[in-house]
Design a protein. Structure first.
Ligand SMILES: Nc1ncnc2c1ncn2[C@@H]1O[C@H](COP(=O)(O)OP(=O)(O)OP(=O)(O)O)[C@@H](O)[C@H]1O
Ligand SMILES: [Mg+2]
Lengths: 437, 252
């Protein structure tokens, strides 16, 4: 895994792109955008430690000698879709295996007919206008090698288009099941579009089919939220501890829109989340919450950027981490308040608990404020479990393990409580509970 | 019930308990008074099993078992309860859930099955009424945002729930208003029985008007330096501690 020649892999991506570019979804404009993205990726290369944005997450250690740019579904693998469904019965389920939609297992046909939900490949034909209009537009300004690479090459993923005024009550749970082999690098790209006054709740559930598969998952989500529309977007990142996962969520909000996201990270060997929220209208509201529980040698890096471009918007961020063993965590949160964005309220908080001497947490809050009439704050803390509380509970007959579990649960619950879908919240609580034992 | 012999304990290399002796029999109430810093809370912490303290000498036998060998949770399961001078706030941990876990652990230790949900709820209701603790407090996070007096009352509520055989109350009266003091003392009196003992640490004689002790001890410089009955508390109230300090120093 180590000592790889990074330019060699960059070149292999470019070669593969040249081979397949003509067949990728989208019209000639989209192809041009893809080609530009590829050029930017090649110019930047995979980010190394020397890159300020990847200071704690240089990819030197995780890149492999050889990368396969396409993955296949091996027919002998049996996936138990029903078990996944039964864990969260109140949702509509969509299944991807190694990045490919499994249509017969998914609820796509049961959806309300005005709601569009289809693969990118189909979207480029059946909903060409929408696809060509939105694809890649939220990534253009984001100078990140992985996001550019994905935007250039992605042919899998979903278009979810909620037309004006449509309110989808049932959450749509997108399950990603990976079992690709060690060289696989799979990339999905979702377009989620909520038109005026529309509302949709989306859950992404990342799991691995078994514990030994190691693969690279590089995903981009573009979310467009029109006037008065609302999107809740929740992720459970629970792949096995061999997986490398990179996730970029690019959100564009228009006037009086609402966005709420919650990222629960318990899986993967190495994981990076980029969340970039652009508040492009008056009276937008946006909530970013995250919880990471790391053990072994897991590395998780949450990068957020909330860009307040217009007045009277509110943003709130709460990120919490529990780090055991040799886990390492990063929180880098940037709040950008532009000159015109008066009456902004922007808050950010990062709280972390180190459960061992070998665990590390790096936090870097950044506020850049160019307007003068705003309320902004940030805070971060990293500490250990409260010894006095632990003793108090033990003195009331609780075993040390029980007491610890109770305290960790209490620490984590603040983030979990912010999940605004009741059935999903209890599903998460069950999963999290097992991590404390 | 408990026999403490020649107990020496130190923290960060500083000796705080310097040969402490005390015998408490079943059903007795012992009051411990003494100037600030004499080691009363240290004694309570050492008995409850706080690991910050190093016991350098002595022996403590509780219900015929070596107390100092036990983990804090096992001491609690054996029937020891400490009402803290400064109860901690634990946001996110619900009072009721935690008590349910505590009772289950104690019962399990004794080989008993967990309480049925309805029996547990009845117990909560009864004990809450006993210490006149508002229902909303019992359902909140442990001590979070409680007033000083509410925290103390919550300690007594927990004591009533756990039904210990030996309860150590560390300045439970401080911070209580006059009505609360009467209620808390009433709660303690209801729990008094021939097989339950109390060690009541206090600065004020007033509490002992309500909870009448069998013995009053004065602790000074890590030891008991004087023992009497409830009249001793009255004497201390009027004369202060100077005369005892002098007596002690002369004796040395
Ligand atoms: N970590 C520590 N390092 C050094 N000395 C300590 C430490 N903790 C407590 N002490 C000292 O131990 C002594 C006894 O403290 P303790 O709290 O037991 O007294 P107390 O009798 O309960 O007093 P009060 O009546 O004020 O509650 C005090 O002098 C205190 O300063
Ligand atoms: Mg004290």
């Amino acid at each position: 895994m180590n000592n790889v020649s990074v330019p060699h892999i960059t070149q292999s991506a470019a070669d593969h792109f040249r081979l397949v570019s003509a067949s990728l979804p989208g019209d000639s404009k989209v192809l041009e955008l893809r080609t530009n993205a590829m050029e930017r990726f090649v110019a930047k290369g995979f980010p190394l430690k020397s890159d300020e944005e990847y200071k704690y997450s240089g990819t030197e250690k995780i890149l492999k000698d050889e990368i396969l740019w396409t993955t296949e579904i091996a027919p002998e693998r049996v996936i138990d879709f029903d078990t996944i469904r039964n864990l969260h019965k109140d949702a509509l389920h969509v299944f991807f295996v190694n990045g490919e939609l499994i249509e017969q297992a998914s609820d796509i046909n049961a959806l309300q007919n005005k709601l569009v939900i289809c693969t990118l490949k189909n979207a480029a034909y059946d909903h060409a206008e929408v696809f060509n209009k939105y694809y890649g537009k939220n990534v253009v300004g984001f100078d990140d090698a992985f996001a550019q690479l994905n935007t250039a090459m992605a042919c899998n993923g979903l278009l979810i288009h909620v037309p004006e005024g449509l309110i989808i009550e049932k959450p749509i749970q997108i399950n990603h099941i990976g079992y690709a082999n060690n060289q696989s690098f799979y990339q999905q790209h979702h377009l989620i579009i909520a038109d005026k006054g529309a509302s949709v709740n989306i859950i992404e559930n990342y799991i691995s089919n078994d514990q030994s598969d190691a693969y690279f998952n590089n995903q981009v989500n573009e979310i467009f939220i029109a006037e008065n529309a609302q999107v809740k977007y929740y992720q459970l990142q629970n792949e096995n501890k061999q997986v490398v996962h990179i996730n970029a969520t690019q959100v564009h909000q228009e006037q009086s829109s609402y966005f709420d996201t919650n990222t629960i990270t318990i899986g993967s060997a190495w994981l990076r989340n980029n969340l970039n929220i652009k508040l492009n209208g008056l009276h937008c509201e946006t909530h970013l919450n995250g919880l990471q529980i790391l053990s072994g040698q897991q590395h998780v890096d949450n990068h957020t950027l909330v860009d307040h471009q217009m007045p009277h918007c509110n943003s709130n961020q709460l990120y919490k981490g529990i780090l055991k063993d040799k886990g390492t965590g990063v929180f880098n949160g940037k709040i950008f308040v532009r000159r015109d964005a008066q009456k902004t309220n922007a808050y950010q908080s990062s709280k972390n608990m180190l459960m061992s001497d070998d665990a590390t947490m790096n936090t870097k809050p950044q506020l850049e404020i160019y307007a003068d009439d705003v309320k902004c704050s940030h805070g971060s803390s990293t500490g250990q479990i409260d010894k006095n509380a632990l003793f108090y509970l033990r003195s009331r007959a609780l075993s040390e393990d029980k007491a610890r579990t109770l305290l960790l649960h209490a620490f984590a619950i603040e983030v979990i409580e912010k999940i605004n879908i009741a059935s999903y919240r209890s599903y998460i609580e069950n999963i999290i509970e097992q991590r404390f034992e | 019930m408990i026999s403490i012999k020649n107990l020496h304990a130190s923290i960060d290399g500083k000796e705080i308990l310097k040969g402490f002796n005390l015998e408490v029999n079943a059903g007795e109430v012992h009051a411990i008074m003494g100037p600030n810093g004499s080691g009363k809370s240290t004694l309570a912490s050492v008995l409850a099993g706080r690991e910050d303290y190093e016991v350098t000498d002595g022996k403590v036998v509780f219900n015929n078992k070596d107390l100092l060998e036990m983990s804090p949770e096992d001491r609690a399961r054996e029937g020891l309860f400490l009402a803290f001078q400064y109860p901690v706030e634990i946001p996110g941990v619900s009072n009721i859930n935690f008590l349910k876990t505590a009772i289950t652990e104690i019962r399990q230790y004794k080989g008993l099955p967990p309480l049925e949900a309805k029996d547990f709820l009845k117990l909560v209701k009864d004990k809450q009424a006993m210490v006149e603790l508002q229902g909303s407090l019992a359902n909140r996070s442990v001590n979070e945002g409680f007033s000083g007096g509410e925290k103390k009352r919550n300690e007594i509520f927990q004591m009533a729930m756990l039904e210990p055989s030996l309860a150590i109350l560390d300045e439970t009266d401080s911070g209580l208003d006059i009505d609360a003091l009467r209620i808390v003392a009433g709660g303690v009196n209801k729990l008094r029985s021939s097989n339950r003992s109390f060690i009541v640490i206090t600065h004020y004689q007033r509490l002992l008007d309500y909870i009448v002790p069998d013995f009053v001890h004065v602790m000074y410089n890590g030891q008991i330096v004087k023992t009497g009955t409830k009249e001793l508390a009255l004497e201390l109230e009027s004369k202060g501690y100077d005369w005892i300090k002098k007596e002690t120093e002369q004796a040395i």
